[in-house]
Design a protein around this ligand. Structure first.
Ligand code: NAD
Length: 250
């Protein structure tokens, strides 16, 4: 059977479907993932710039990279984000757990979005904890400072920082409870988000869930955790799945 049809059937039969998304769902919006050959990450060593210790040691230097990254995030949602929002509205997707920090699911209309790695469209003061939109800060002089004199940091996590507690607990609960997970545009290699498909798949104490990958290429979980992969661009595949669900349920 055609895999788009199969996914549409599986999604329409699921009692509780959720989605786990990664950087690949936003590449069609123009935001590079970690794998892009000539993107941001080929100029900045992610191990160096992406670690909280680097930020603490030299926030101005890391903010140079962040300023560029945040300007790239000034992007629009693409058909994949809109299709997921539509699946939620139609009642087939209960929540989107995203590793992305670009806010594009929310901008596309998804309501129940769990920000597993936080959100770089907000900043938080490292001293007083006050949060505000990144568009409200002056990025001319780096690092940007809070009125209280503290250094501002994106309200998302760096390597070496813990996953926000609520997001972690909610995600684990959802992944354990769901009977279908769409794993979209993620290499499933960044821990602990990479463990969520395993929870969805099931264990001795949980009935088996269906795990469907949508990715341009196979990943570490393909054929091990995922039941099947629909290879290609998320922005082309997801709208087709939505159309197929509409045709089988109308
Ligand atoms: P990753 O870069 O490790 O993997 C991206 C995956 O998406 C790859 O498997 C790739 O084959 C796939 N992909 C790329 N374009 C695609 C498309 N159009 N359709 C379908 N699949 C596509 O990303 P990750 O797994 O999310 O992990 C990297 C970490 O970096 C995460 O924390 C992520 O959130 C963060 N990050 C976020 C952004 C963002 O917020 N947009 C951008 C870069 C990195």
């Amino acid at each position: 059977m055609n895999l788009i049809k199969k996914a549409a059937e599986d999604i329409s039969k699921a009692k509780m479907g959720i989605a786990l998304t990664g950087a690949g769902i936003s590449t069609e919006s123009g935001i590079p993932d970690f794998r892009s050959k000539d993107g941001l990450w080929s100029r900045y060593d992610i191990n160096e710039y992406g670690h909280i210790d680097s930020f603490k040691k030299n926030p101005a230097k890391v903010w140079m990279m962040l300023r560029e990254m945040i300007s790239l995030m000034n992007a629009e949602p693409n058909p994949a984000h809109y299709a997921l929002a539509e699946l939620e509205k139609m009642g087939y997707i209960n929540a989107v757990i995203t590793q992305n920090v670009d806010n594009l699911h929310q901008e596309a209309g998804s309501k129940n979005v769990i920000e597993f790695h936080g959100n770089f469209k907000r900043v938080v003061c490292t001293r007083c904890g006050k949060k505000k939109g990144v568009d409200k800060i002056d990025m001319e002089n780096l690092p940007p400072m809070c009125e209280c004199g503290g250094i501002l940091k994106p309200d998302g996590i760096f390597f070496g920082e813990a996953i926000p507690r609520n997001a972690y607990l909610k995600s684990v609960a959802l992944a354990t409870k769901c009977d279908l997970m769409l794993v979209i545009g993620t290499s499933a290699s960044v821990y602990p988000a990479s463990q969520l498909p395993y929870l969805a798949k099931g264990s001795l104490t949980k009935p088996k869930g269906i795990v469907i990958e949508i990715n341009k290429e196979t990943t570490d979980i393909t054929g091990i955790v995922s039941d099947y992969i629909i290879e290609g661009k998320a922005g082309e595949i997801l709208p087709k799945i939505v159309e197929e669900i509409k045709s089988i349920t109308s």
